[in-house]
Design a protein around this ligand. Structure first.
Ligand SMILES: CC(C)(COP(=O)(O)OP(=O)(O)OC[C@H]1O[C@@H](n2cnc3c(N)ncnc32)[C@H](O)[C@@H]1OP(=O)(O)O)[C@@H](O)C(=O)NCCC(=O)NCCS
Length: 378
């Protein structure tokens, strides 16, 4: 009955669904690069601002260009009074990821260029959304605890300012750099589920805010960005290193997925995990608390031996954020604080060379010639 030969692949595995010049992944060799720059070089030498510039403009910035990017991103860090009031109105027990999704949607109502998707309008929105997403996550966390909103500091880096707006105090130099590197590592990842969702929305010629809302909704799931929260909950449930192996074996015996392991594209180590493992260890040593890192190492060793699965980006980001004192339900929103740079780069690229994304389904339902029976005869 199929009208065309079906090339259906479950989960669209290995299907090339777009062309893009933003991000390159070689899953067999463990290579990840943004615009041709290896993630290891960016993690060692770059900053989030420079990386976002690279994603949006396609080249590393000169000094004046970087200054301009910093200035523009910082310009949008402050939340207008109506957005603060909106966050105040959210239930205090709401899931921060849901608040972020709702707040971005709310923000769109005030965007002067909502109906424009020119490159110029989209680039401005990218700066604005990057500044605002970080501010929303930090501000909601304070407001839900009955604490006051912290005004942003334009003199701080994006990473330092986020931690400052979250905690109301200056983060240590080590915390600033660790968070900056975490933002670089999460900034983009080719056609991951949330970026694909954002591009599908943009491809209908819907606006950038709508596409970002799609991305946030998609990132929330535990098979995607939600995995970092699930990892930390698992580490806390395990509690001590001596319980780690038995806990894991029990999960595997029950055929349960272990959060933070496995990847659709990488068959080697996820290159981002290499940095996050080191950051987790460094921060744990600095704090004199190696418990979560030690549990993680045991889980990683056993998973490798038993399932030949490697840790992914979410595995060591969990203990890294825990050591930074970040509340667990902010881990996935923090993923969005970084990935907003990649989403917006992809939306700009989609709008610049657009064609509606509309795949087909392999039909598995009833034959399409069922006789329609009047209701009294069914
Ligand atoms: C990332 C993920 C969704 C990729 O999914 P996928 O490409 O569809 O792979 P599958 O779920 O089909 O898994 C393939 C095989 O590996 C196993 N597997 C994959 N990830 C696993 C995990 N985290 N724990 C245990 N087994 C896992 C599956 O059970 C399956 O085994 P089987 O063939 O014997 O049934 C998957 O690895 C996963 O669920 N990981 C945990 C969630 C997570 O960390 N997500 C963040 C990704 S960055």
């Amino acid at each position: 009955m199929a009208e065309a030969k079906s090339a259906f692949k479950e989960g669209l595995e290995d299907i090339v669904a777009t062309s893009s010049s933003i991000c390159y992944i070689d899953g067999e060799k463990g290579i990840l690069s943004y615009r041709g720059y290896n993630i290891h070089d960016l993690a060692r030498h770059s900053t989030f601002e420079e990386t976002a510039h690279l994603l949006w403009f396609g080249a590393l910035p000169t000094r004046p260009e970087l200054e301009d990017t910093r200035r523009q991103m910082a310009m949008y860090r402050g939340l207008p009074r109506e957005v603060q009031d909106f966050l105040w109105g959210m239930p205090k027990e709401a899931v921060p990821m849901d608040v972020l999704r709702t707040a971005v949607s709310h923000l769109s109502l005030f965007d002067p260029d909502l109906k424009s998707s020119t490159r110029e309008a989209n680039v401005r929105k990218a700066f604005q959304l990057t500044g605002q997403v970080a501010a929303i996550v930090a501000a909601f966390h304070r407001l839900r605890q009955g604490m006051s909103y912290v005004e942003p500091r334009p003199d701080l880096s994006h990473a330092a300012n986020f931690l400052y707006m979250l905690n109301g105090e200056m983060p240590s130099v080590m915390a600033q750099r660790a968070f900056d590197v975490a933002l670089i590592l999460h900034a983009d990842h080719e056609l991951n589920a949330s970026t694909f969702a954002a591009r599908v929305t943009a491809a209908t010629l819907s606006d950038m805010h709508a596409a970002v809302v799609s991305g946030i909704g998609c990132l929330k799931g535990p098979l995607h960005g939600g995995a970092n929260e699930a990892v930390m909950k698992m580490l806390l449930e395990i509690g001590t290193p001596d319980r780690a192996e038995a806990h894991l074996r029990n999960l595997l015996a029950n055929k349960l997925k272990v959060s933070g392991f496995g990847h659709r594209v990488y068959t080697t180590e996820d290159p981002r995990a290499t940095h996050l493992r080191r950051m987790s260890e460094d921060l744990s040593r600095q704090k004199g608390d190696l418990r979560w890192f030690d549990i993680s190492r045991i889980l990683e060793t056993v998973m490798k031996k038993e399932k030949r699965l490697n840790a992914n980006v979410d595995f060591y980001s969990a203990s890294t954020y825990y050591m930074l004192g970040i509340p667990i339900d902010l881990y996935t929103p923090i993923f969005a604080v970084s990935r907003i740079s990649g989403w917006t780069a992809h939306i700009i690229e989609q709008h610049a060379n657009n064609r509606l994304i509309r795949p087909r389904a392999e039909y598995t339902g009833a034959l399409p010639d069922q006789p329609y029976l009047p209701i009294e005869q069914r």
